[in-house]
Write a new protein. Structure first.
Length: 376
């Protein structure tokens, strides 16, 4: 491969000795900050290391996340904690059948003082957006959301408004209670860089959740003292609600800024990957397509396979994950071996393949396991 690494291409020429030294310093700087972000998020979200790591990886890659999991698995808490650790503006949108595009983008309202129309920004003008149960909204509202994700801008009342950077959407789908929902079309799902399937935490984490979520940091004796003082003098002031809200708040501390994140995203795109990594990704994607395949598992169970956009996703996510994991440069090329492609195959491919064998008990995981074992 001879693509220019300055273009952010998937594979590039090895860096010169001076460029490699500078890039190694930048990689160390970025990896250390990402490690600190992950540590902060782990204060709020327990036993979901892979999900948190892949969410941060997707953010570094500059993409969006499609998440699927049962209610109560800390999806909202995770994205709020990431926003707090990175200093980004968090917005949550609860999608419902009656939600309209203007509820996302904003509306124009008349200012009575000036008798002029003023644009009131909608929640899409945040930086980290949680689109909760996106499949409950109608296709028109979904399209407005997906347009903002793709173009990083919205159009309202005939005017174009640029969204803030960085801009990341995590859209969730509830795998149960599908009545009255509008599933995302396959072509629209492909616009999400990764899909994360959130599972239950382990037994130790659930014990910790039970004990931590039902306690309080409030000093009961202090509350009694304040109560007595108030009854005697009427001067004591104490907000009981604040003490309860403090226990529920994210514990993550800010260790990154929006500018830091944009620099880290640029560093990730600059990284040249080895030809082995590229070949592994291309081989896996092409083997997952039923057209012209001689693989019985694929032809019988896959109705449509991943397109070229999957390769772009593999390249971006592989670079970002290498940065997350602190890989170094070797001979001017980023050092992870091609096994990194297998590590990220599920979140990159799960929403880019149609599995027709569910009724017969064949799942995406089984198909992917077959493909990765065959690939070696």
């Amino acid at each position: 491969m001879t693509h220019d690494p300055s273009t952010g291409s998937i594979a590039g020429q090895p860096l010169s000795k001076d460029d490699a030294r500078k890039m190694a310093e930048r990689i160390e700087w970025a990896s250390e900050r990402l490690r600190r972000v992950k540590e902060e998020v782990s204060k709020d979200v327990w036993d979901q290391d892979y999900i948190v790591s892949m969410a941060l990886t997707t953010m570094v890659a500059g993409g969006h996340i499609l998440s699927e999991g049962l209610p109560g698995l800390a999806k909202t808490l995770m994205i709020k904690s990431i926003a707090q650790a990175t200093g980004l503006d968090f917005k949550r949108i609860q999608f419902t059948p009656d939600l309209m595009p203007a509820d996302l983008t904003g509306i124009e309202m008349r200012d009575n003082a000036t008798n002029e129309f003023k644009f009131i920004q909608g929640p899409l003008f945040g930086q980290l957006i949680l689109a909760d149960e996106i499949n409950r909204a109608g296709p028109k509202t979904q399209s407005a959301m997906l347009e903002a994700m793709e173009e990083k801008q919205i159009t309202a009342a005939g005017k174009t408004h640029t969204l803030r950077r960085p801009f990341l959407v995590m859209a969730t789908q509830n795998p149960i209670d599908q009545g009255g929902t509008s599933p995302l079309p396959e072509a629209q799902s492909d616009r999400f860089l990764t899909k994360l399937s959130v599972d239950y935490p382990g037994v130790d984490a659930e014990k910790k959740i039970m004990t931590s979520a039902t306690g309080t940091s409030a000093d009961v004796e202090e509350l009694f003292s304040l109560k007595e003082k108030f009854e005697q003098t009427g001067e004591a002031r104490y907000d009981f609600t604040n003490s309860i809200d403090k226990d529920r708040a994210c514990k993550a501390e800010k260790v990154l800024t929006a500018m830091d994140l944009m620099i880290i995203q640029a560093i990730a795109r600059k990284l040249p990957l080895s030809e082995k990594v590229v070949n592994k990704a291309v081989s896996l994607v092409r083997s997952a397509r039923p057209q012209g395949s001689s693989d019985k598992m694929v032809t019988e169970n896959v109705s449509w396979g991943p397109g070229p956009r999957a390769l772009i996703a593999f390249g971006l996510v592989a670079k970002a994950k290498a940065l997350m994991d602190g890989h170094s440069l070797k001979n001017g090329v980023l050092a992870p071996d091609e096994s990194i492609i297998l590590d990220i195959a599920k979140p990159v491919l799960e929403h880019r393949m149609g599995i027709r064998g569910y009724n017969e008990g064949t799942s995406f995981d089984q198909v992917l396991k077959h493909l990765t074992q065959k690939l070696g």
